[in-house]
Every structure is written in structure tokens, then in C-alpha cells.
Design a protein around this ligand. Sequence first.
Ligand code: SAH
Length: 223
Amino acid sequence: MRMDSMMHQGKRRRLVQQLREKGISSESVLAAIQKVPRHLYIDSTFEARAYLDIPIRIAENQTISQPYTVAYQSQLLELEKGMKVLEIGTGSAYQASVLAELGVQVFSIERIRGLYRSAKEILQQRRYHRVQTRYGDGFKGWPESAPFDRIIVTAAAPEIPNELLQQLKIGGILVIPVGKDADNQRLVLLKRTEEDTCVQEDKGPARFVPMLEGKAREFGDKR
Ligand code: SAH
């Protein structure tokens, strides 16, 4: 059983300090980063790098986002306790766990079954019972639990998916990386101000794996 030791906690304190220096100012977000043992969300081979501010490869050719990115997206969401938050791209479940530490109710969707399974397992181990997960296509959102106060997308979409917008409350915020190629993405913050009006702000350059349509094809699937 892998542990969360004093050494890990110390490394997290230094990471939190770095995030502060890089401009993350939300005390609640920084406290959540301090609480989640990122080293337990990656393969033990990479454990020594868990508290560097870098993205790290996880299974299925995907990545756990850089801590700065997780903190920045979380901060942009302006969360309040008890809010309903939809996440697209569960991946390692690290971002979902940070959101759970912020006191919100998380609904997270992943299109790769292997990642969905391991995410479910770690969320259970860590007792994040306020995170619900689904194996499916994030482009479709989670209509049964809509509308959401906030939506966070952790893979880059070619454009803002209309179905996600439809599942956002009036007054709600969507944070999403947008861009067709890896070197040319922008993080976009969108507020749905009225039924059919939204305002959009550019929140700087981004670099995410692509958001892909449909569930991932699995070994053995028929074409
Ligand atoms: N939030 C994750 C980041 C994972 S990387 C973390 O904290 O680790 C982005 C993830 O989005 C990948 O796991 C990828 O499989 C997933 N993804 C891409 N397109 C998707 C879609 N249409 N629906 C659901 N998940 C998707």
C-alpha cells in the first residue's frame, strides 16, 4: 500500500508555494492542492516527479495535467461549496479530487474504459464519495444530472460543444481549452448570462490532449 508521508506533505507545501509565486491566489484552491496526494494518482515509476509543476504521463497515452493548470482552472471556476460541477476527462481523477476537496459535488466523464476504472478505484480508496464517474462521451455531457453550476473540460475541444452549454445553468461558468492543434490552444472562460447569451474571455495559452468524439475503441471491438 502506497502511503502519504511527511516527506510527501513537505514536497506539496513547496509546490503550493511555487503555485502562489506563479500567481494562484485562491487560498481554498491552494489548500485543496495541499490536501490531495498527487503521487498516488500516477504510476509509482514517476513518483519522484509527482510534486514538480509538470504534466505526467498516465496510462493510455494520456496525461495528468500540470498542477498549475489544475489550480488555475479550479480558481477560474469561482467555486462555492455544494455546487454541482461537471468535469469532462476524468483521466487520473486528480482534478476531480481537487474539486471534491473544494466542497463541490463532482460528475466526471471519461471516454477510456481503463482510465475510468482506475479513477473509480482511487476515488473509492480516497473516500471521495461526492465524486460520481461515468464511462462515456463528454461531448454529450450528463443530461440526467444537468443543469450544472460549473463545467470544466480537461481536454482540448475544436470548438465549444453546444450540448455542454445547454447543460450549464444561467449564471454558470464553463472553463475549456479550445483549439484544433496542440500548439495553438486557448483556455476559454464562458459565462452563460442568459438563456441564449454568453460572454467569453480568453484566459491564456493552453496545452491539453485532444477531446475526442465517442468512447475509445477497445481491443477486440469490431470496427
Ligand atoms: N482531469 C484529468 C486530465 C486527464 S487528460 C486529470 O486530472 O488527470 C484528459 C482526459 O480527457 C483523458 O483521459 C482523455 O481520455 C479524456 N477525454 C478526451 N476526450 C473525451 C471525451 N469526449 N469524453 C470524455 N473524456 C474525454
